[in-house]
Write a new protein. Structure first.
Length: 129
């Protein structure tokens, strides 16, 4: 099945293993697209990254690892796709990007518990979840 990065188990839970290597490759692709938009004259404050399920997890990683403040990110039924080691790479500018987080109760692919793990993670970064 086509995917943004490798997922090693479905359903995704709060304790599912993360494949940071393939995730970071996907993040580089998203960042390249953002860079092209900025080079074309788009203000970073007008760039919004949104995604559902695996795309939501990629959205979170892409927004938090981008070195500039963006207009915002929206994650729908996603999860935190990396371990605490990635936190050190998050810049103060990225922490200023607003993030909307939403997760359905009946999701059978990314369990609600996986989505609920995100607000405490974001609060540790001093982001309002």
């Amino acid at each position: 099945m086509p995917s943004w990065f490798d997922i090693h188990e479905i359903p995704v839970t709060a304790n599912s293993p993360n494949d940071e290597s393939s995730l970071l490759k996907a993040v580089q692709n998203v960042h390249a697209t953002i860079d092209k938009e900025i080079a074309a004259g788009t203000n970073p404050n007008n760039i919004f990254i949104c995604g559902f399920s695996q795309g939501g997890a990629l959205t979170l990683a892409s927004v938090l690892l981008y070195p500039k403040t963006l207009g915002g990110g929206a994650v729908f039924s996603g999860w935190v796709p990396f371990n605490s080691s990635v936190i050190e790479q998050i810049t103060p500018e990225a922490k200023r990007t607003p993030i909307l987080w939403s997760h359905g109760l009946s999701d059978k692919t990314v369990l609600f518990e996986a989505g609920q793990a995100a607000p405490p993670f974001l609060e540790k970064l001093v982001l309002v979840a």
